[in-house]
Design a protein around this ligand. Structure first.
Ligand SMILES: Cc1cc2c(cc1C)N(C[C@H](O)[C@H](O)[C@H](O)COP(=O)(O)O)c1[nH]c(=O)[nH]c(=O)c1N2
Length: 215
């Protein structure tokens, strides 16, 4: 099957216009078929040894989200203390989650023991199942963008809070907590770029010929 030029352009448009969304969520509910499509896109990510180690916990309950939000607030305060000087001041002003604003939370987990201990491709590098699950997150993020849904990744939270709120067993790894919903708009640039936290690196600084070189 060949991808047409229009289809190719749609893929790049989706990639370049995907954003991490924190403050632009609308309360509109996500239809079940749309949710199923983005989860199915995530489920079709590549995975080491075709392990498919992920699970997706769909969170709609307000009380559950409130528990998670409290966990975020505490981790956020803890994090703020790690920055110094003007960065600390700037950090405190950032909006870094949309837990209660987004109609949906999706917790993406990784079962590292799925299909037994010996996995093709994970024999030498044991973290490959974790990376596979991140591939699923990215598929979800892009599929959501194609559905005009915003996604925000919240990592400023302790695993123990999510495990407790969502009944996740000790042996299961948490990879991501995502806030998902329709948005008022997508920013044209990352918020951290817009606010002058960091600039986007030049692509040519990221590409190396033959050998790694400091740039
Ligand atoms: C693993 C991981 C973890 C986080 C993020 C991303 C990723 C990949 N990002 C989003 C991050 O800030 C954002 O992707 C970059 O600033 C680039 O912006 P765009 O995603 O291009 O809009 C993020 N954003 C946020 O507001 N709170 C958070 O806790 C996190 N955590």
């Amino acid at each position: 099957m060949k991808i047409t030029e229009d289809e190719r352009d749609a893929v790049y448009k989706t990639i370049f216009s995907r954003r991490d969304v924190r403050g632009q969520f609308k309360p509109d509910l996500i239809p079940d078929d749309v949710l199923k499509r983005i989860l199915t896109a995530a489920h079709h990510a590549p995975s080491v040894g075709f392990m498919q180690p992920w699970d997706f916990i769909v969170v709609k309950n307000k009380a559950t989200k409130e528990k998670i939000k409290i966990g975020f607030e505490s981790a956020h305060a803890e994090s703020a203390a790690m920055f110094t000087d003007e960065k600390a001041e700037q950090y405190r002003k950032l909006k870094l989650e949309g837990i209660l604003d987004a109609p949906l939370g999706i917790c993406v987990t990784c079962d590292r023991n799925r299909n037994g201990p010996t996995v093709i491709g994970r024999t030498i590098n044991s973290e490959m199942d974790l990376y596979s699950t991140v591939c699923a997150v990215q598929n979800l993020w892009l599929a959501a963008r194609a559905e005009n849904l915003g996604v925000g990744w919240v990592s400023i939270i302790h695993d123990s809070v999510l495990k407790d709120a969502l009944g996740i067993p000790e042996e299961i790894n948490i990879i991501a907590y995502l806030c998902v919903g329709y948005v008022s708009h997508f920013n044209d640039k990352p918020e951290l770029e817009k606010l002058g936290w960091l600039p986007r690196r030049d692509i040519d600084a990221a590409i190396h010929e033959e050998k790694w070189s400091p740039k």
